[in-house]
Design a protein around this ligand. Structure first.
Ligand SMILES: [Zn+2]
Length: 398
């Protein structure tokens, strides 16, 4: 049995409400990546990490900077860049570490960036206005800070890495950069917890938990830890529109907590006074109970899941490869090849970029699936892939 109070904890240094109210105030101008508002928010989180006695685990103290190419075209996402230069902007993750000298580390993350004054992701029709992003995602950051405090004396068989990601709204830039440039040994990461929009627990107490299929132990734990009468809605898929996806695609089990959509989503009216702070205390206690239940079990086993989120054309055949959903270049980059399946037999490799299937030019995920939809079991198809800059043609037997 695990005992965690569903009520407010005694030692309340800074409440979640205070953190949300500060991060979602007009002072931070909507925390858009690459702006002064982002830098102000990062500085606030740095100070909170220091007060919570977390070790700095960025590359410059708590900060890990990344460069990206901003996009002027609303249909094209900004891209990470390896270099720095005039046409590039910078974002920053904020990273703190609670070291218990344990063999495994649990990553607990939430993005702190938001839409600034609007931009192409805004659902606000009437001109520019500060998008405060209280639920999206000051709520997740506040809950992460709350867990950082509560985990000081609890669950000592793991270390904890707390990451406030930036660049999420631009396409998971910060988390993508982190898994490619980790500041700890990723092989020792047992699992990841992501919180994105956790401030609007409704009367039914419905909490969506995605990524339940990414480790065989999750489902059982989510039930065992639920003594706060939450209504847990399990989703299998490790791929979704938030930062847990970056970890899942790096073969790390990942859970994403979310209290649901609302009419203020991506609008200037997503404000601090509309959040359910009692609900946040409940959910934070629940996540703490999940972490305690998983503590001492060593590194969790990883499992791949089906992707439930894509509305795809119907196809009867497959290559047996895992697409890289974060690849933003032209084509479909392969992130993994299943042994014995058609792609493997035809010599396809991780990192290959599929350019053509039969007569269909592959430019993105959708055209990739359209290409597959042209074929039936037993047929053969010419497939063109780019490997190390060279085009290679091969024949696949479905
Ligand atoms: Zn968000």
């Amino acid at each position: 049995m695990i005992f965690v109070s569903c009520q407010k904890t005694e030692v309340s240094l800074v409440s979640m409400e205070e953190d949300v109210t500060i991060l979602a105030s007009d002072d931070f101008e909507g925390r858009e990546t690459g702006t002064e508002g982002e830098a102000k928010a990062a500085a606030y989180i740095e100070k909170r990490f220091a007060d919570l006695q977390l070790q700095p685990k960025g590359t410059e103290g708590y900060i890990q900077k990344f460069s990206f190419k901003p996009s002027s075209n609303p249909h094209q996402s900004p891209e990470l860049s390896e270099t720095t230069g005039d046409s590039l902007a910078q974002g920053m993750n904020v990273i703190g570490y609670l070291d218990n000298n344990a063999d495994v580390t649990v990553v607990i993350g939430a993005h702190y960036d938001h839409l600034g004054y609007g931009g192409s992701s805004s659902l606000h029709a009437e001109g520019e206005a500060i998008h405060n992003g209280a639920d999206d995602n000051a709520s997740g950051v506040a809950m992460m800070l709350n867990l950082a405090r509560r985990l000081h004396e609890e669950a000592p068989n793991s270390n904890y890495l707390f990451i406030a990601f930036s660049g999420e709204e631009m396409g998971l830039l910060g988390s993508n950069y982190f898994v490619k440039n980790p500041t700890i040994d990723l092989d020792k990461v047992s699992y990841m917890i992501n919180m994105d929009m956790v401030g609007r627990l409704n009367e039914e107490k419905a909490v969506s938990v995605s990524g339940v299929g990414t480790s065989p132990v999750f489902s059982q734990t989510l039930h065992a830890a639920n003594h706060c009468e939450l209504n847990i809605i399990e989703k299998e898929s490790g791929v979704g529109p938030s930062d847990h996806t970056s970890f899942y695609l790096s073969n790390i089990p990942a859970l994403h907590f979310f209290t649901g959509q609302h009419e203020d989503y991506h609008k200037p009216s997503d404000d601090a006074h509309l959040l359910n702070y009692e609900g946040m205390e409940k959910l934070s206690s629940y996540i703490l109970a999940v972490i305690k239940d998983l503590d001492g079990r060593g590194k969790l086993a990883f499992r791949t899941t089906k992707n439930e989120s894509e509305q795809a054309p119907r196809f009867k055949v497959g290559l047996g490869v895992m697409p890289d959903y974060l690849f933003s270049g032209e084509g479909m980059r392969i992130d993994g090849v299943t042994e014995g399946r058609p792609g493997h037999k035809a010599g396809l490799q991780k990192g290959d970029i599929v350019k053509k299937i039969g007569k269909t030019d592959v430019v993105d995920m959708m055209s990739y699936m359209q290409g597959l939809a042209e074929f039936e079991e037993g047929q053969k198809a010419k497939v063109v892939v780019e490997r190390n800059g060279e085009l290679i043609e091969t024949e696949v037997q479905f």
